[in-house]
Design a protein around this ligand. Structure first.
Ligand code: URA
Length: 264
């Protein structure tokens, strides 16, 4: 083989590999290569956080330094899910409940799975448990639009039963991609299903809550599920345990901790 044909063969091989790689990317919902990834290493400078600490809470909750590996958008992940029938929940759901909120949120709440109201509306935490979650978010002096909210499984389990392990296993890669896309500074896992699925443990929520755990390099705080608080009441020990957990979350985010004291 002469030098010309060797070069030609290497080029054809590279073209074939590149084509296969781009086809894979397209199949997984990636429509283009972000400009920052084709910028040469010499000119690339990591984007700086623009919000100074003294700037308002709104900026602090909305702005996040983007990282070069954060190239998959939530829209791309949603597109890749399509009209999902990857597990048996697909057959009985009305709407796939993907997630809602700020795609650059500093704080993400992860619940168990959609209930009847969420299934009907296609949005997480819009029923009674959602009202309780909204109370918690408001008590933190945040807005629902500041945070991102999603679930371990995206389709309603029949009769609101907990999601089964095969359903969690099928849906988890999409949740992981969502969390890696948002890359929040803190994740709050609401209830045992979410905490146990994310941390891959069977340890009860009462033992997991109250301290930060690591989830793919992101701090994760497990706490009780809002539905549990609906059952125990707004002034119960568990309600105040959730508030203690949220105080830790606010401190980690360097946000003010509103003064709330328990009614006697
Ligand atoms: N419970 C959850 O875990 N998620 C919802 O979206 C609603 C209720």
């Amino acid at each position: 083989m002469n030098a010309h044909s060797t070069r030609h063969s290497v080029q054809s091989h590279l073209t074939a590999s590149l084509t296969a790689y781009l086809e894979d990317l397209q199949e997984s919902g990636v429509d283009g290569i972000p400009a920052e990834l084709v910028t040469s290493a010499e000119t690339y400078a990591a984007p700086q956080r623009t919000a100074a600490p003294e700037q308002g809470r709104e900026n602090m909750m909305n702005e996040q330094a983007s990282t070069p590996e954060k190239h998959e958008t939530l829209e791309q992940i949603r597109k890749n899910l399509g009209p999902c029938q990857r597990c048996k929940l697909g057959a009985t759901r009305k709407n796939l409940v993907f997630g809602v909120g700020n795609p650059k949120a500093r704080l993400v709440f992860v619940g168990e799975g959609p209930g009847a109201d969420e299934d009907a509306q296609g949005e997480p935490f819009v029923g009674d448990a959602g009202k309780m979650l909204n109370r918690i978010i408001a008590a933190m002096e945040l807005k629902r639009e500041d945070v991102y909210i999603c679930n371990v499984v995206k389709c309603r389990p029949p009769q609101n039963r907990p999601p089964e392990s095969d359903e969690v296993a099928t849906c988890s890669p999409f949740l992981l991609r969502q969390l890696q896309s948002v890359r929040p500074e803190v994740i709050v896992a609401l209830g045992s299903s979410a905490a146990q699925a994310l941390l891959q443990t069977k340890v009860p929520i009462s033992k997991l809550r109250g301290k930060f755990h690591d989830f793919h390099g992101m701090p994760l705080m497990p706490t009780y599920h809002p539905s549990y608080l609906l059952r125990t009441g707004g002034n119960s020990d568990s309600f105040w345990s959730v508030w203690d957990d949220m105080i830790q979350v606010l401190r980690l985010l360097k946000l003010p901790v509103p003064d709330k004291s328990r009614k006697k």
